[in-house]
Design a protein around this ligand. Structure first.
Ligand code: GLY
Length: 423
């Protein structure tokens, strides 16, 4: 089977690492890929939003399947263009992708279909947004409506900070993505990330994990795309998984299909486990990053049949995936200044050494210079992941591996998995 994987981050490196282990694979091409992915197949310098060039590349390699990693490719309409060309694709249409590309759309979608989520107000201008804060109590949640690479969410402890976040977004910090803001009720509880596959009709739960969204230890500092993950997390009792499936994932798949946009791909349900049950924080229309990294380390089953079944409407033929008993932990090494102003260019050492049989280092934001030196090229630079018999062992292995890697000026959290270990 020839597969084209679209993307260049740690999530896509983890997907490539797992796809490359499939006995079904003949050829893996990654566009654009990253320096760490080069060892797993061929990389081609096509950007994730260059839709026609990606369709042409899929045709050139006679791809049996295209796997979309990032939401920007979904929002560019890649799945729609591939469908028009008759090429099977894992990833939803642009219309179904509104579940991530517009927070206002998703809130209205939840209201239309009775999905549990927090109260909200959508505003296009600052005075109305600031007035809307009076409807809520602190902490205030201010979100840019559109795609902002994980940086469009501010949880402000004071009204002054919330007003500054509103001015920031509506003032153009996130470009068109911030031309509208959503003010939301803060949901109290523990946050979880659950993944569900859908082939347009049939759906199934495909793993879960817990992420640390704040930049610094002790859940301090600005919100980020995610500083580390672990799985399995004790939050996910069978009962909670079942409730999230029945109350959020399945109704969302049914409703988006009823609105004319059957969902093919993975839906990332970020929810708050509140005293009143799970409530939606947000949907994402792709695997979580860095949740995907720990999912791939724990997935025993071959990933490729699941991706293909979603693309072809054959998920009903597959059993539930098998997960390894072991735990997995991912620690994100971030560049100095992430998330606000990451400093790129630092020379990285130690990331490409053999760091242990149960360790995998995925590249999230790296580039190789002309002299072959690996350098930081993004905010989140490396994902250092490890498996272990339990969370404590996985975590110890991950941090041991981190200690062998040097990212000058960079930082990482030292408390990934604290909630589970504190139980
Ligand atoms: N880790 C959260 C996200 O992928 O958006």
């Amino acid at each position: 089977m020839n597969i084209l994987l679209v993307g260049s981050g740690g999530r896509e490196h983890a997907l490539a690492w797992k796809i490359a282990q499939s006995p079904l694979l003949s050829r893996l091409v990654m566009a654009p890929g990253n320096p760490g992915m080069e060892a797993l197949g061929e990389t081609r310098p096509v950007k994730v939003t260059e839709v026609q060039a990606l369709v042409a590349l899929a045709q050139e390699i006679t791809a049996d399947l295209v796997v979309i990693g990032p939401e920007s490719a979904v929002d560019a309409g890649l799945a729609d263009a591939l469908a028009a060309a008759g090429i099977p694709c894992f990833g939803p249409s642009r219309a179904a992708g509104q579940l991530e590309s517009s927070k206002a759309f998703t809130k209205a979608f939840c209201a239309r279909h009775g999905l549990p989520t927090g109260a909200y107000v959508v505003c296009d201008e600052a005075a109305a947004a600031k007035a809307a804060l009076d409807k809520f109590s602190p902490p205030y949640v201010v979100k840019a409506d559109g795609l902002a690479a994980g940086k469009g969410v501010v949880i402000a402890q004071t009204k002054a900070d919330a007003e500054a976040a509103i001015d920031d977004a509506l003032g153009g910090r996130f470009g068109a993505a911030g031309a509208r803001v959503v003010i939301e009720e803060f949901l109290d509880g523990e946050i979880g990330s659950l993944f569900a596959l859908c082939d347009g009709t049939t759906s199934m739960v495909f793993g879960h994990a817990q992420d640390h969204k704040r930049a610094y230890d002790g859940e301090q500092g600005p919100n980020t795309g995610g500083m580390g993950t672990y799985a399995p997390a004790p939050l996910f009792t069978d009962d909670l998984v079942e409730r999230v499936r029945k109350e959020l994932a399945e109704p969302a798949f049914a409703a988006i299909a009823a609105e004319g946009h059957p969902y093919r791909g993975v839906l990332f349900v970020e929810f708050m486990a509140t005293a009143d049950g799970p409530k939606l924080v947000e949907f994402n229309v792709r695997f979580g990053d860095p949740e995907c990294q720990v999912l791939m380390l724990r997935l025993e089953s071959d990933l490729v049949p699941y991706l293909m079944a979603c693309a072809k409407g054959e998920l009903d033929r597959l059993p539930a995936p098998v997960w390894r008993e072991e735990s997995a932990v991912c620690v994100v090494l971030a560049a100095q200044g992430y998330p606000d102003a990451p400093v790129t260019g630092a020379a990285i050492t130690g990331a490409e050494a053999e760091l242990g049989a149960d360790v995998a280092v995925f590249h999230a934001g790296t580039a190789r210079d002309e002299a072959g030196v690996l350098r930081a090229a993004g905010g989140r630079v490396l994902n250092v992941c490890a498996r272990g018999e339990d969370l404590a062992q996985a975590r110890a292995r991950a941090y041991e591996a981190v200690s062998h890697i040097d990212l000058p000026g960079g930082f990482h959290r030292t408390d990934i998995g604290w909630r589970a270990l504190a139980r």
